[in-house]
Design a protein around this ligand. Structure first.
Ligand code: FAD
Length: 458
């Protein structure tokens, strides 16, 4: 059997390069606007001032839109430097900025043209939309982007099923695509400057290339190369199953404990919907293992999978790995099915007996997944194991069960893991529990750089 290939550590400078590239792209766009007489036209009258600022906001909005596409293209350099959680946060922030600038672009350009043509706003808007090249498509692009932004607002997002939200979010690509013709046909920068044209075509090319390469070609290649199939399905606890997967040349797959894949089980209708699951055991040269709790249609079909079912994968993704460690000791805090990546990490990480603690929060003994495995692992590797069982504490937001109501959240952390500041802490569980857990470990004195977390939410 072949030894597993260890993924290379992520160089810390990757993150800086990615940040510098994103900011440089905005600087280039501003520089192109300046070289296209953007600054001079600010002082040649109110109409020109408004139009010129409208051009600038439109250019930066378009650039940020491409940055956003790039951030979510799963480029390994970006994914491994930032992690999906942080990328999603940045993607959101950049998205709202780009949309606000888009609104400013529309308002400023229309106001500028109205003044220039001594027209009224409504008539000018009609003229611009119906006579300028690519403008009808630009209106459709703005509508698509508005749908994406509205459905990304937290209240709307909560009201939508993941699949509906995901499908609507794909309209962003439609928005980017439909906005291109008006930039080419009417954008002053495109029509007058060769350098600007070169920049914009390259930027569109890089964004499109990243999507095609990393969201389509690489997952397809990995799926075909490794030929993953279901080997076995094992019931672990009520509503929780483990799926064992086998495949070719898995030792060459650059995956580590703590990471996840987006899986598509090719077992019939509905196969095209991907669901993310973390590995629940350290990846072996001949098999991968995931364990999932039934939460809806996608996860409950796992219990019905038959051996031999083919599996398509995207990934591996995620930064909840050994690479993030800065100390010799590890403390793991898991809640519910959040135990999966931590179980795999406890197996793979290096630590001395007595230097690892697992605190596992569950509703009852019957809900403890991997109990036997964890106890064997604890015995073999000298892990201190604490189960915290019982219903949630009702009186306050807390990571503790009801029976621990007389303890503060951070005191409980200090009691279970004395000297917490000398540990790397890995946390995984439901969102609200994670918020309380992370707040408690930080309040108990853990430096933020030693806190590593994975959220099972979108
Ligand atoms: C990085 C990551 C790792 C995960 N690892 C595990 C694991 O090891 N074991 C496990 O049991 N669960 C894990 N999950 C959660 C699991 O992906 C969802 O429970 C599952 O996708 C639900 O799909 P469904 O069709 O069964 O339910 P649905 O009815 O579609 O949804 C049920 C809930 O799951 C969420 N959800 C649905 N699809 C997705 C998606 N593609 N991405 C994120 N959330 C989604 C929805 O917000 C909803 O609240 C992980 C999630 C993420 C983001």
């Amino acid at each position: 059997m072949h030894a597993r290939r260890r993924p290379r550590p992520t160089p810390v400078w990757w993150r800086d390069v990615a940040g510098v590239l994103c900011w440089s792209s905005v600087l280039v766009v501003v520089a192109l606007w300046v070289s296209g007489r953007g600054l001079q036209t600010l002082v040649t009258g109110t109409a020109d001032l408004l139009t010129s600022l409208g051009r600038l906001s439109g250019l930066v909005a378009a650039d940020l839109l491409l940055v956003q596409v790039f951030l979510m293209a799963r480029v390994p350099m970006i994914e491994r430097s930032y992690g999906q959680d942080e990328l999603a946060r940045r993607h959101r922030l950049v998205g709202f900025w780009s949309f606000n600038l888009l609104l400013a672009h529309i308002a400023l350009i229309l106001a500028g043209y109205t003044l220039r043509d001594h027209n009224n706003l409504l008539r000018e808007t009609w003229t611009v939309v119906t006579t300028y090249g690519g403008m009808l498509l630009a209106v459709a692009a703005s509508a698509a982007l508005t749908v994406v932004v509205l459905t990304s607002i937290k209240v709307a997002r909560r009201a939508l099923r993941y699949e509906s939200w995901h499908l609507l979010h794909l309209y962003a690509y439609v928005g980017v695509g439909l906005s291109v013709p008006h930039e080419i046909w009417t954008g002053a920068d495109f029509t007058t400057s060769r350098v600007a044209r070169l920049y914009w075509w390259s930027a569109y090319g890089v964004a499109l290339g990243a999507i095609v390469l990393y969201r389509l070609a690489l997952p397809l290649w990995r799926t075909l190369r490794h030929g993953l199939t279901v080997r076995d399905v094992i019931r672990e606890a009520p509503g929780v199953v483990t799926v064992l997967l086998g495949g070719r040349g898995l030792h060459r797959m650059p995956v580590r404990a703590g990471q996840y894949f987006v899986f598509r089980f090719l077992d019939g209708p509905g196969w095209s919907r991907g669901n993310p699951y973390s590995l629940s055991a350290s990846p072996a040269p001949d098999r991968l293992r995931v364990t999932a709790k039934s939460a809806g249609d996608g996860s409950s079909r796992l219990a019905r999978l038959r051996p031999g079912t083919r599996v398509a994968v995207e990934g591996p993704y995620g930064r909840l790995t050994a690479e993030r460690r800065v100390t010799d000791r590890v403390a793991m805090f898991a809640c519910g099915i959040g135990i999966t990546p931590l179980r795999a990490l406890l197996e793979e990480l290096d630590y001395r007996p007595g230097d690892a603690v697992l605190v596992y929060r569950a509703h009852s003994v019957a809900d403890l997944v991997f109990r036997d495995e964890l106890e064997q692992l604890a015995h073999r590797r000298g892990i201190t194991l604490h189960y915290l069982l019982g219903p949630r504490l009702a009186a306050r937001e807390s990571w503790l069960p009801e029976r621990a109501r007389f303890s503060s959240d951070e005191d409980a952390v200090r009691r279970l893991v004395p000297g917490i500041s000398q540990y790397d802490v890995y946390v995984c569980g439901p969102d609200r529990w994670m918020d309380a857990m992370c707040a408690a470990v930080l309040a108990a004195g853990l430096p933020a750089a030693q806190l590593h977390q994975e959220r099972f939410s979108w």
